[in-house]
Design a binder for this molecule. Sequence first.
Ligand code: NAI
Length: 532
Amino acid sequence: VHPTAARRPYPIVVQSENTSYSDEYITSKFTNRGADVVASDGQFIVKPTSKPYEFQTARKVSKTGLMLIGMGGNNGTTLCATVLANRHNISWHTKSGVQQPNYIGSVLRASTVRLGTEPGTGKDVHIPISDVLPMVHPNDLVLGGWDISGLPMDKAMHRAEVLDWDLQRQVAPHIAALGSPLPSIYYPDFIAANQEARADNVIPGKDKQKHLERIRSDIRKFKADNQLDRVVVFWTANTERYSEIIPGVNDTADNILAAIKSSHSEVSPSTVFAVAAILEGEPFVNGAPQNTFVPGVIELAERQKSFIGGDDLKSGQTKLKSVFAEFLVNAGIKPLSIASYNHLGNNDGHNLSAEPQFKSKEISKSSVVDDMVAANRLLFKSPEEGAVKGTKAAKGEHPDHIVVIKYVPAVGDSKRAIDEYYSEIFCGGRSTINIFNECEDSLLATPLILDLTILTELLTRVQYRDASTQAEFSPLYPVLSLLSYMLKAPLVKPGTDVVNSLNRQRNALESFLKACIGLESNSDLLLETRIW
Ligand code: NAI
């Protein structure tokens, strides 16, 4: 039991015919505006569209548990220790003074949205994003999870070598109370061989159906023991190799369930966890790059109406790249090549030093500039119709893009990333920009895991209705692409386009949250400042 600090009452009242409040719900009317565009005879025929919707958000936040897979790793222990430090208000000494716990780096807890302007002065009024709708406070999350390493959590925190010693020392009794992680599923073929020495806490046997049932019962027990309304299951374990997509094995919901029953070798631990969460009706988020969400898992989530999100936390280099590449392309500058080098010395880096696991990361890091390039065919030639498949002409023009990752134990959790952007500028000129980015990996990743968990819980409480055709509200589509801001390779509804631009991802999130309280999304038009 932890002292749930008294939370402030929900602070916003929208006075409008579009927004109504009951004890249970906030209900809003929203018009989704767009435009249909048809190209014909060298002209674009544009027809503005608008469609009325209603959103209904349950006001009562769920008592939420966060079950981390990989709880004893750098991210897992850092998350538990920092949430406990915040919850118990532990401050600690560093060489530069006393440090207070905080949630810097969390979009929800440490960034703001513009609500409107103050009448009279015209000054902007900003509020924390976490105030837009009722959301779980990270201090209130009930923490638990699994790890193939059974080291008790206080010792696992020491092993991670992420936090200052004085914080470790003070938080140790609190984190020790979490005990050891639950035993987990270990199929050695999926993570690097160099992880084997850690695997002393594994569920015995090779029967994948039994493993699935064990994980389902772990989730149920955690939920019951802690009297939770909701459990978010989160993969922050080692990066796995890709699973091969095999027709008849993992391509449909029924096939993946059958493949687990027959203990098929291409079913990864992360997929078993995802299926367990989906069958329990609890959300599953994948913080690593592997293809946990094989087509059969996505179909299963659709069938069960259970929420999933992923892939791969977007903490450092990729986040910057999604901003920087967009800046160049939107400025009318043409990146010719982007070359990225990383080195890191934590256990994640050790695991990624094996080729199949590196491959997963490389894929996840590679597609990040695709949508910006595709949006500017002035700079980059479109794919040529009829061109031979696999050739450059068939793929369309694209900057050369490489990603290298090396394991350098000495630098520990401090990841270094070097990116070179080589671009074509005016009349044949060239520009080279190099960025050196050094960051403490787990301290960037932890707030993202918290944001993803809190947003996911919120999105399970939001329902919508097409006001012209549906009488009843229904839940959102199971693949939560609104989580994209925090993810390197966002999983989206099959058949829809991925948005990588960080600005567009944040706008989508902000617009959605505002729509749920009946407000228009941010316009930077500021018309009143441009007219008499
Ligand atoms: P870590 O190696 O310190 O922790 C991973 C933990 O997972 C280890 O304790 C390991 O024993 C455990 N594990 C491995 N297989 C497991 C299984 N089948 N079941 C349960 N536990 C298992 O790594 P770290 O730094 O915490 O990163 C975790 C994941 O997050 C990695 O996949 C990494 O690529 C990904 N990630 C991390 C980012 C960061 O900034 N730290 C950014 C993006 C992704």
